[in-house]
Design a protein around this ligand. Structure first.
Ligand SMILES: Nc1ncnc2c1ncn2[C@@H]1O[C@H](COP(=O)(O)OP(=O)(O)OP(=O)(O)O)[C@@H](O)[C@H]1O
Length: 343
């Protein structure tokens, strides 16, 4: 049985569709990320799942039980959903232990205390029970928020940009920790983000949203290697389109020579374009080279060179530990990769 099924969901603000015939499944113990640009309808979708707003059309079901429709509308408090938001939403006047205990329906005092202790242990905040939220770091507050969301054993966890207020240095550690906690607890989760790096690190599958619809769903590698549309390819990373001619299922011809694909080309059209990312191109010092370097950016482990060649401007990633000799001619080659070929 699916943990969550959304079928043809639609929601409108002032007559304008912000969620538009959206269909998506989440399996049990799976983390799915709704990923998309600002304003594409991610938070609205989450609110519909939570029952904070009612869809104009379509259905939500959790563990096979309809949340709306003919059998009636199930309010948020009866959906057994845990929620976690970017601003932590901890109660400032309650201690860490009281925050975690909030919403627990266990009547027995010692059973309640032991559930709170178990949750604080899970998020490694054993010694913090008596502190108030303002006495914690942002990452610690998020750990309390996840402990509170999981304390009453929800069927489904909803997370809305939970890491966006966290310092970049600790963000990925926190993402790993919270992913491990969710997996240990065997809870399904829907996570909203506009950051592909966070989505790759946190989710099992990504659902890329565009204008209220799901553009494509899949694991990160499949989306990266086989985007079904230019929108998905572009959302997952910058690049440039180069005219290309399909030679066979494994290669295309471009003005920079043949490009070999490491995956079978899905598109059967003869003529089209390939989407090249900076990582797909290499530069080398070579006597016949005609590449002109326009500028370079040092990124730590790599340089990004902006170059022009054959009347085309593009960006190329180059390892920082193998610097190019910019006083000598430079040539360009396209590496074999999972080619994104579009009509
Ligand atoms: N209460 C509201 N009244 C009217 N319009 C709204 C309301 N809430 C959201 N919208 C509009 O609906 C659209 C989708 O908003 P939503 O918050 O779902 O987007 P989002 O993808 O979560 O964006 P972000 O990443 O910026 O949070 C936006 O154009 C937004 O302006």
């Amino acid at each position: 049985m699916h943990s969550l099924v959304l079928e043809n969901l639609s929601y409108r603000y002032d007559g304008e569709a912000v969620v538009n015939n959206l269909t998506l499944n989440v399996e049990q113990n799976e983390i799915v990320c709704l990923l998309g640009a600002s304003g594409c309808g991610k938070t609205t979708t989450l609110k519909v799942i939570a029952g904070l707003i009612e869809p104009f059309q379509g259905s939500v079901s959790i563990l096979g039980k309809a949340m709306n429709g003919a059998s009636g509308f199930i309010p948020p408090q009866k959906r057994n959903i845990g929620m976690m938001f970017q601003d932590y939403a901890l109660f400032p006047h309650l201690t860490v232990a009281q925050n975690v205990a909030f919403g627990l329906t266990i009547k027995d005092k010692s059973a309640r205390e032991s559930r709170v202790a178990e949750m604080l242990n899970l998020v490694q905040l054993q010694g913090y029970a008596a502190r108030f939220p303002h006495e914690l770091s942002g990452g610690q507050q998020q750990r309390v928020a996840i402990a509170r969301a999981l304390a009453y054993k929800p069927n489904l966890l909803l997370l809305d940009e939970p890491f966006s207020n966290i310092d970049a240095q600790v963000r990925f550690q926190l993402i790993n920790d919270i992913r491990r906690i969710i997996k240990d607890q065997q809870v399904s989760a829907i996570f909203v983000s506009h950051s592909k790096e966070e989505a790759f690190a946190f989710a099992d599958r990504l659902a890329i949203m565009d204008k209220g619809k799901i553009a494509q769903v899949g694991d990160p590698k499949t989306l990266f290697q086989r985007p079904k549309s230019k929108m998905v390819a572009e959302f997952l990373g910058q690049g440039i389109y180069i005219p290309a001619q399909r030679v066979n299922g494994a290669s295309v011809e471009t003005k920079f020579g043949a490009v070999h694909s490491l995956v079978e080309l899905g598109n059967m059209d003869a003529k089209g374009e390939v989407y090249l990312r900076p990582q797909h191109i290499t530069l080398e010092n070579c006597a016949q080279g005609s590449v002109k370097i326009l500028n370079q950016r040092f990124m730590g482990t790599e340089y990004i060179y902006r170059v022009t060649v054959e009347g085309q401007e593009l960006e190329v990633s180059h390892p920082a530990h193998e610097p190019l000799d910019l006083t000598k001619p430079i040539s360009l080659k396209i590496k074999a990769h999972a080619v994104n070929f579009f009509s």
